[in-house]
Ligand binder design. Sequence first.
Ligand SMILES: [Zn+2]
Length: 93
Amino acid sequence: MEKEKGRLEKNKERRQKREKQKNQTMQNGKGGGGEDGGEGSPEPTTEKVTGTTRKCANCGQIGHIKTNKKCVRRSQLNSQLENLLAMASLGKD
Ligand SMILES: [Zn+2]
């Protein structure tokens, strides 16, 4: 009985130690590459969740990039281009 108790105590200690190590590695900010083999290391992937935080080079708005359909300037440019094309095709003859 005494032996069993000691083993349980040791197990508990070991677990706490591991827990401590986990916290330390998280504080170090290394992230990934755990010695245990990793049980799903939490990595900050907020960029993917919230879309993009980049600034558009066309209109300067944040949340999309210049190749995005959301871009206002892009649609403006497109309509301008369409107009130009229409004019060009009209004046051809
Ligand atoms: Zn834009």
